[in-house]
Ligand binder design. Sequence first.
Ligand code: DCS
Length: 491
Amino acid sequence: MSQRALPAKILTYESINPHVKRVEYAVRGELAIRAEKLKDELSKGNSHNYNFDTVVNCNIGNPQQLKQKPITFFRQVASLMEYPDLLLPENRTQVEALYPIDAIERAQKLLEQIGSVGAYSHSQGIPYIRNHVAKFIEERDGYPANPNDIFLTQGASAGVQNILQLIITHSNVGIMIPIPQYPLYTATLALYDAQPVPYYLNEEEDWGLDISQLTSSLSAGRSKGLDTRALVIINPGNPTGQCLTEQNMREIINFCHNERIILLADEVYQTNIYQPAERPFHSFKKVLRSMGRKYEQFELFSFHSVSKGMIGECGRRGGYYECTNIDSRVVEELYKIASVSLCPNVQGQIMVDLMVQPPKRSDESYTLYQKEVDEIYMSLRRRSTKLSECFNQLEGVTCNSAQGSMYLFPRIRLPQKAIEAAHQAGKQPDEFYCLAMLDATGVCVVPGSGFGQKNGTLHFRSTFLPPEELFDGFCTRLQRFHNEFLERYHD
Ligand code: DCS
């Protein structure tokens, strides 16, 4: 009897979950992989093959990878939490010589509440820290917050994934997402088998959000038979950097209210605001509360993170989400989901505590803390302007300034010959351009196609996080590359 040969492996590319295969995440995609290879080459001393001796990662909003220094007070507390024997009486004199008294006191209080950072904590997040988060939200917004509605998470990513998982009940569920968007959203929708319902941001209006876009996008989704249940807003935007006006936010809330749509407000860049007078940050929670009783059942999830702002503690994986007007039985189910993963990592939770309760004016650490935050902020603002000026000088490139966040999303216009060459190479034209830029300059950016863009337009996303001293050289190299590229593919 002939036996059919079985594949050697049970788990093959063909046999895994097809939803996993549909996931795409450009921020760590082909460009980033090529950049790692180049770094490896350079570290082996092969720099003579290239026009540059360092690779600059502008592909990811990861400030400390690009030498941003951590906030001293935060690391002081974290280090005492990591090694609490430093707080024993016999070490006191030495520790007081090294650490300011408020860092010591903060660590002592946290230790009393938490115990060892090596122990699992409450699944929803340490209650003491959730109280601080609620207080922070109350002070930011001027409206009450309930610690029981707050979930501490492994970065904002884990929170977004949990909430989308909760909302997606079948494969015809539609989730409204901005285009361009941060690919966490399309990736998670692919994973949980739901359908993106794209709405387009308006590049000509500084990437503003036009309510008529929401209406037409919703009807387009409905005409495809989609059950659209939620709307994602990224404010300030990634990759587009826009910051919504309060009036616009009211319109969005009103739209969701009329259409019975849940709002997901991704507010991880809430302190990365570069035009604070014209475009201050408002949280959706605050705007919602200011709209009165009519909206008292309005369902909102808001996300925040320690990865962004002036903190940039991406590797700590700390964040939280707040549930507003969510049915208590649904919150219980979210607790159950959180408990399946036991708890968010404890050092990440501590970082959230420090973010929401930084040193106060009367504390010993205040002056240094404020100086560090101000320096990072001013430098980010300068860098955002310098880089957008640099992009705007390139032929055929236009770039809006960043009202917030850490990114610029310039539009590029490529000659037809370059577009044909890209297709011949099996690449998207923006990807082709970005790969050529990486090979010529060592600067790694992400093609616009990874975020979505209006048909017929091409972009790339660059962070403005590299250290300031690299900027001039960086712009000169970019200029040279761009001119050569245009010349090579001249129509
Ligand atoms: N939401 C937005 C809008 C983000 O930009 C990011 C990270 C996250 C959520 C998730 O962050 P954490 O899980 O670390 O809290 N931004 C990615 C990016 O575009 N570059 O770096 C990471």
